[in-house]
Design a protein around this ligand. Structure first.
Ligand SMILES: Nc1ncnc2c1ncn2[C@@H]1O[C@H](COP(=O)(O)OP(=O)(O)OP(=O)(O)O)[C@@H](O)[C@H]1O
Ligand SMILES: [Mg+2]
Length: 332
């Protein structure tokens, strides 16, 4: 079975071609350098770049040399509408050309199923039931997953996404966009600090909140005349520590409440090593699943895994409508 996956939800244009479980082509064009000067993604620029780069990737994949494609899958949400639309149009056009089935995929399911990519192959890595923590630039959600295609949201952020809070605090500290990797790198230079931010908490709930800690950092920095590198590193460290502790706290409650021994952490922030170590050390009696680092941020290979799992179960009923706030739904 040959299938093509297309990802254009935000600021990465990505294409992946699979021959059954094997990735035979995967290429991602990152738009970061175009958005960096604005310290965030500009939707209009994003969709324009997707429409330029998607054809470059199609050419690079040499689809004209392929005799058959059985399924074309694309991210239909959540994401930026104009960006999603480019992926959908490409998928419909290629699908029509090859007489392939076209299916719409939820981007966040892609982040989770990225854990199943080992080397350049889809393997049966994830074990169910599991609790999944999605920590990305636009989302922070806890899911209870009973199998592929059966997902229940059990907690989510009430305001900012976790990655968004990393990006905003990084901006306050004068770091570039996206800020997460800069904060992690700066934190590595700190052994100990007196700076202490309150761990964000939404009491009696599995929900998260990250806008408060952002304000804490803002107030802390307001009275400081000159932010030097030492301070920048220490604030990064204290912020990262508080945010990661908050992530782990709810994860722990969820794991206990649902009596689950499998945990998956995915999305851009799951690249953070401090968070990875915290989780591995805290949940020694659990199996922990992370995507390979290169599959933590947006990519089409993770969308390919979603296509593959649907193919395995023979489930292709799926809306092709794009939706910027697409909720996760069961598909089995
Ligand atoms: N090492 C890191 N530590 C902390 N945060 C990180 C790290 N690496 C990346 N991030 C953060 O991950 C986010 C990007 O993740 P991702 O690409 O999954 O998000 P997105 O696709 O924009 O949003 P979504 O998936 O919710 O639609 C950014 O906010 C970035 O700062
Ligand atoms: Mg993403």
């Amino acid at each position: 079975m040959i299938f093509l996956a297309i990802e254009t939800s935000c600021d990465e244009t990505s294409l992946a071609l699979f021959d059954d479980r094997r990735i035979v082509f995967h290429s991602t064009y990152s738009q970061i350098k175009h958005h960096k000067i604005y310290k965030g993604v500009v939707p209009e620029i994003a969709s324009r770049l997707h429409s330029e780069k998607i054809s470059v990737l199609i050419k690079k994949a040499e689809l004209n040399n392929i005799r058959n494609i059985d399924i074309v899958g694309f991210t239909r949400g959540p994401g930026l509408k104009g960006s999603l639309l480019v992926g959908k149009i490409a998928a419909m056009t290629i699908g029509e050309f090859f007489g392939a089935k076209v299916i719409g995929i939820n981007h966040l399911e892609g982040h989770l199923l990225a854990c199943d990519i080992v080397g350049d192959k889809i393997e049966d890595v994830l074990e169910f039931p599991l609790i999944c923590l999605i920590v990305s630039g636009g989302h922070t959600e806890l899911w209870y997953c009973s199998s592929y295609g059966k997902y229940k949201v059990i907690g989510k952020t009430r305001d900012d996404a976790c990655g968004e809070s990393f990006d905003k605090v990084a901006r306050m500290l004068g770091f570039n966009y996206p800020g997460g990797p800069y904060i992690e790198k700066a934190s590595l230079k700190v052994k100990k600090t007196d700076i202490n931010f309150t761990v964000p908490d939404v009491v009696d709930s599995l929900d998260y909140s990250f806008s408060g800690i952002k304000t804490q950092v803002m107030y802390f920095l307001r009275n400081i005349k000159r932010i030097d590198n030492k301070l920048r590193n220490e604030v990064s460290f204290a912020f990262q520590k508080a945010v990661c502790e908050s992530l782990v706290k709810k994860l722990d409650i969820a794991r206990e409440k649902f009596n689950v021994k499998n945990i998956a952490i995915c999305g851009g922030v799951s690249a953070n090593n401090y968070l990875r170590n915290l989780i591995v050390n805290k949940f020694r009696d659990c199996k922990i699943f992370f995507p390979q680092l290169k599959y933590t941020s947006d990519n089409a290979a993770m969308i390919g895994v979603c296509i593959f799992r649907r193919f395995q179960k023979g489930v292709f009923k799926n809306s092709l409508e794009i939706s910027d706030r697409l909720p996760i739904r069961n598909w089995v």
